[in-house]
Each structure stands twice: as structure tokens, then as C-alpha cells.
Design a protein around this ligand. Structure first.
Ligand SMILES: [Zn+2]
Ligand SMILES: [Zn+2]
Ligand SMILES: [Zn+2]
Length: 281
């Protein structure tokens, strides 16, 4: 049965974040260091990784440092793509890694000289996916789901990974619940997750609340705050999927297991992601 491993739980900047001299990033213990959000799917001798960050070497330690056979990209923002270069001659020196990208993301790869060169050298073979079109593998499927998110460089997708026993939604980034739910014709988060028929939902939990950002940045970096998601969801009900928040910004109080915010998430029946979490699907 395929195993899914959470290789990182942080927002693109990671934790600690470069340049942050506040309490959240000073003097962290090794256990408190968090890599950008990424998901590994192991099936026999193949390893699929969704989103590749600059910390890939450390992240692959969760998987015996196996070289990925397949990479899937949600979108073009920093922490989701800045590990691509590691597959080239200066590091892994890989060849024939299947790079699953949307049509817009493929266009971007062709316009970025470093990435285009790696395609020419045979490091990556691009395989374009289509929104809602399920790709079949030996023991699981992956379905891309388009979501609204500041699409300056590329469009953005969530992925549903479906095994024979369980299925999981990976949604690290989107702008607002209103836009995502409207796009997918769902009235509530619960309705949408029911329509997607997922058992586990890894959801964008970048910020606890909008207070974490200065008003200038609130417009620039929209993500649905966990607080709002909790208000929309209420308490966990029978039949609900397991909801796990990830893509946590370094300022997010839920990193602290003893914080009121973390306690509130758990009390309502939901979870905060842990790096290295495993799911058998
Ligand atoms: Zn991100
Ligand atoms: Zn910080
Ligand atoms: Zn993003």
C-alpha cells in the first residue's frame, strides 16, 4: 500500500525565516525547525514528491534519501519550486525525472533558462497534467484541482492522492475560501470536501489570523486564516474528514503546542501538521 509522508509543514520561507529577528525565529531547537510544505508518496521503487524545496536533502531523510522519480508542482512560488535546481549536475545529477506540471507552469519552465536547460539535458521529462483529470499509477491516483491563488507566475493546483483505502487532499496555498468554494460550486468547506470524497485534508493554515500581517502585507499575501476556517467549519462532526493545517508561517502561534490557538484547533477536533507525519492510503 502506498505511504504518504509529510516532508515539510512551513510556509515557503521556512522556520526560522531568513531575516526574522523576532522571538518566533531566534534560538529554535532542531526539533522546531520546519521545512517548506512538501509531500512524498512512496510506492514500491518509485517516489513521487509534491513541491520541492531548497531543503530537499534534509526532507528526503524521512525517506532514506531516495531520489524522487516524479515531481508534482502546485505552483511557482518560492518554497514549492526552489529545490528544482538540486536535480541538476551540481547536486543529484538526475536523469529522466518526470516533472508533472500544468500547462502554465510548463510555459514558465521554458522561460526560465536554468530550468529549460535541465529539460534539455534530460534531467526532467515534462508531463503536463490537466485540471480534474486523474492520473493513474500502480496503487494510487493523483487528481489536480485548480484553486485561486495570486497567479502572477503560474496557476495553482491542489492535489487529491487516492489510494485503495484512503484519500488525501493537499492544499497548501489558496487565496480565500469564498473564491475557492465559488469556483467549485460548493456552499461550504464541508460540502466541498464531501464532493471531493477525501478522508484527510491537508489545508492552508499559513496564518492564525490577519493580525500577523501589517495592513500593507494583508493585501499582498492573502490566505484564509485558520481562525476563519475554524469559524466556517465549527466542531468536527461524525463523518467529517480529518483536517490538518499546514504551510504555517513562522509567525503562526499554532507552532507552539502549548498555545491557546493550538489548543483551540485540537479541541474542535482538528489537527496541526507534524513534520514527518505518515499516512497509509
Ligand atoms: Zn506556499
Ligand atoms: Zn519569525
Ligand atoms: Zn503560493
Amino acid at each position: 500500500m502506498p505511504e504518504v509522508v509529510l516532508l515539510g509543514i512551513a510556509q515557503d520561507g521556512g522556520r526560522p525565516q531568513a531575516g526574522c529577528n523576532k522571538q518566533c525565529c531566534i534560538g529554535l531547537s532542531p526539533a522546531e525547525i520546519s521545512f517548506p510544505t512538501s509531500l512524498g508518496i512512496i510506492e514500491m521503487d518509485r517516489l513521487h514528491v509534491i513541491d520541492v524545496s531548497r531543503h530537499l536533502a534534509s526532507q528526503l531523510q524521512f525517506l532514506g534519501n531516495q531520489t524522487p522519480s516524479d515531481i508534482w508542482l502546485t505552483h511557482a512560488h518560492l518554497g514549492h519550486v526552489d529545490g528544482l535546481g538540486l536535480f541538476g549536475r551540481e547536486a543529484i545529477n538526475a536523469s529522466g525525472v518526470t516533472l508533472h506540471t500544468s500547462n502554465q507552469m510548463t510555459g514558465l519552465i521554458k522561460r526560465v533558462p536554468q530550468w529549460e536547460q535541465m529539460v534539455e539535458q534530460g534531467v526532467f521529462c515534462i508531463h503536463e497534467f490537466t485540471n480534474k483529470k486523474t492520473e493513474q499509477f500502480e496503487d494510487f491516483t493523483i487528481t489536480p484541482i485548480v484553486v485561486p491563488h495570486r497567479n502572477e507566475l503560474s496557476d495553482t493546483h491542489a492535489f487529491i492522492v487516492r489510494g485503495k483505502n484512503k484519500s488525501l487532499l493537499y492544499l497548501p496555498d489558496h487565496d480565500t475560501w469564498r473564491e475557492t468554494l465559488d469556483l467549485h460550486g460548493a456552499a461550504t468547506i464541508r460540502d466541498w470536501l464531501t464532493n471531493l470524497a477525501v478522508d484527510i485534508a491537508l489545508l492552508d493554515g499559513t496564518f492564525w489570523s490577519a493580525d500577523e500581517l501589517s495592513s500593507r502585507n494583508q493585501e499582498k499575501v492573502p490566505h484564509p486564516p485558520i481562525k476563519q476556517t475554524l469559524e466556517l467549519l465549527g466542531y468536527k462532526q461524525q463523518g467529517d474528514p480529518e483536517i490538518i493545517f499546514l504551510h504555517l508561517n513562522h509567525t503562526n502561534p499554532v507552532y507552539d503546542k502549548w498555545s491557546d490557538e493550538h489548543a483551540q484547533v485540537v479541541e474542535m477536533g482538528w489537527k496541526i501538521a507534524n513534520q514527518g507525519m505518515r499516512f497509509t492510503i
